[in-house]
Design a protein around this ligand. Structure first.
Ligand SMILES: [Zn+2]
Length: 607
């Protein structure tokens, strides 16, 4: 009893003392260190950004500066430091200091007793993707993770950023917070915020609107056939629906940076902004406009899922190396499920179009032989070496965690709605995990957490579901799930008797070249290679589009003699045609469904 009391007192006072010492140490070490980043682009036509980092009050003798090698959200080591030149460090009085490179992304500076340092370097920026940086005479697009260096020791300190834009440029769009009235000075909470806040500088169009209580900025970079009023109205709806799902919007301000290009380029999520790259003419045709909205909804949904509710493995981000998680089927797959669903629930997509897109997800999965080889958890884990490094055999050996994750989310949502008699949806699982892990504990989640919360709302054990479909590669019993919503998945190809040789091809200046060979198909079995040039079939020359005409003469089981050129050497291969295994699903509503399936269907698609 006594000793217990003593221990309690001891713990209290020792804890108090430790905290006091830590506070003194903390203020003594950090309070006086100031970090200032300066960014300029005096010669944008050369594609160089110039960076200066000023440190003052630094009380260590050495400093290890680093540049990330990857950007969160895009899981591939991209070796950003390869674009750095002219690294130089000096004291505040202009005396050069020594430094050495200690590995590909680290610079070791020996500053001795000098507490004020100025570091300068240039970054070659000519890669216009959502995750890299670019500058030319029209504009600058800066991703902090590949332009600004950091030090572990200073990573959590606040900093300032001063931007000197090119003299012809007047506009800037970024999620960073201005320090005062100037558009060119920003206060940074810590390095992670700087790395996560892309900056667009130039003379782009800027629109603002308010939705879900959040001030939104839409930066349209480059011309396109967009109707800004319609986009603003639709993006507002997306913000409202997403915010309803989680019960709150984490931002006061949000920025969309949209690059209108002559190609598509995807999107990348950030804490309070996103970058979308779309074909500048994609706003006209209804279906491609819906693809744009779906991309916007996808990145917006990430504000909650992956930017805030994250795998534990991503806390904190390690910019030096890969971070492995088996959960991208949730982080990307669930978001891929919600991107179209949000449009349907917001009234921006018809029921018919939504069901078409859901069926397409299922067709895509069933047309991927890799679904039998790789589990979706393994696909998530190995994204660094597989999903982001696709090759001619990827379809045979991999499954996409976007695609299968969206399929699984569909099944789980229907299961939860049906088992709870319409009381709950997948929304509730995500909302509660967001509250429990991000809001209350500021912690990440692991696989068991996801399973536990799904089971809580599904009201049943999901052990078999996880073993078979997430860690395993079992074929999914779709029908069972769609029946719950009074739907059935029908394959339009089920009656198709056309013969297939099991490879895809491309005409390169009238020559037919094999691009992929389908696992276990006729070409796979008979030894036709990727890059083989098909010359003739049963004595008939193949050029331009004659192949499909010739194939109409064959049925499954027929032997086909193929003459081909491989590295300039002629081969003849006999291949036995088979019935095409390709599926093309549509989702049909069953006639006169019972009360529960009708309720499930209604609840699934309603706001
Ligand atoms: Zn995503």
């Amino acid at each position: 009893m006594y000793s217990a009391l003593f221990m309690k007192r001891f713990h209290f006072w020792s804890l108090f003392l430790i905290i006091a010492i830590l506070c003194i140490a903390y203020t003594g070490t950090y309070a006086k260190v100031e970090v200032l980043y300066k960014l300029s682009m005096p010669e944008p036509q050369t594609h160089y950004l110039e960076v200066e980092i000023q440190l003052s009050g630094y009380d260590k003798q050495e400093l290890l500066l680093k540049m990330p090698v990857w950007a969160p959200g895009s899981y591939l080591i991209r070796e950003f430091p390869r674009h750095i030149e002219g690294f130089h460090v000096e004291t505040s009085t202009g005396k050069s200091l020594q430094f050495s490179k200690t590995n590909k992304n680290s610079w070791q500076i020996i500053n001795g007793r000098n507490s004020s340092l100025v570091i300068r370097y240039r970054v070659y920026a000519f890669d216009l993707t959502v995750r890299t940086s670019f500058v030319d005479e029209d504009f600058a697009f800066v991703n902090g993770s590949n332009v600004f260096m950091y030090a572990d020791y200073l990573r959590n300190l606040p900093a300032r950023l001063i931007i000197h834009p090119h003299k012809n440029w007047e506009k800037i769009s970024t999620g960073l917070q201005k320090e005062g009235e100037s558009s060119w000075i920003y206060k940074i909470q810590n390095y992670d915020e700087l790395a996560d806040s892309p900056i667009q500088i130039g003379n782009h169009e800027v629109f603002t609107f308010n939705a879900a209580g959040v001030e939104h900025e839409l930066a349209m970079v480059g011309p396109g056939n967009y109707n800004s009023r319609r986009i603003i109205s639709d993006l507002s709806q997306i913000a409202e629906v997403c915010t309803e799902i989680f019960g709150e919007n984490p931002n006061k301000r949000f920025v969309y940076i949209v690059h209108n290009l002559d190609r598509r380029g995807g999107g990348l999520e950030h804490m309070n902004s996103t970058v979308l790259q779309v074909d500048r003419w994609s706003y006209g045709p209804e279906n491609s406009y819906l693809n744009f909205l779906s991309l916007a909804a996808h990145e917006y949904f990430h504000l909650w899922l992956v930017k805030r509710l994250r795998p534990a493995a991503f806390i904190p981000y390690d910019y030096d190396q890969e971070q492995y998680t088996p959960l991208l089927w949730v982080m990307e797959g669930f978001v891929s499920y919600y991107d179209d669903l949000i449009l349907k629930r917001a009234g921006l997509m018809s029921e018919r179009e939504y069901l078409r897109r859901v069926a397409l997800n299922f067709s895509t999965l069933m047309n991927t032989p890799g679904r039998k080889v790789q589990s979706v958890a393994a696909s998530s884990f190995d994204t660094w070496i597989k999903f982001y490094r696709r090759d001619e055999n990827s379809n045979n050996s991999q499954v996409s965690y976007y695609n299968k994750g969206a399929v699984l989310a569909t099944l789980l949502d229907l299961e939860i709605i049906s088992n709870s008699m319409g009381k709950h949806r997948l929304n509730d699982v995500l909302k509660e995990m967001y509250q429990q892990f991000y809001k209350r504990k500021d912690a990440g989640i692991n696989e068991n957490d996801v399973k536990k919360y799904l089971e809580r709302y599904a009201g049943k054990d999901l052990g078999d579901f996880f073993e078979s479909y997430i860690y395993g590669t079992d074929e999914i019993d779709f029908e069972k799930y769609f029946e719950k919503a009074g739907l059935n998945l029908f394959d339009l190809n089920s009656e198709n008797k056309s013969a297939s040789l099991g490879f895809s091809f491309q005409y390169i200046s009238a020559n037919m070249v094999v691009r992929t060979v389908l696992r276990d198909g006729p070409a796979w079995k008979s030894g036709i290679n990727v890059d083989d040039e098909i010359l003739a079939i049963d004595g008939f020359r193949v050029r331009n589009d004659t192949f499909s005409k010739l194939m109409q003469n064959y049925k499954a089981g027929d032997e086909v003699k193929i003459l081909l050129s491989r590295s300039g050497i002629i081969h003849e291969i006999t291949c036995q045609a088979e019935k095409s295994t390709e599926v093309e699903y549509i989702l049909q509503k069953t006639a006169n469904p019972e009360k529960l399936p009708s309720l499930v269907f209604e609840k699934w698609l309603s706001r």
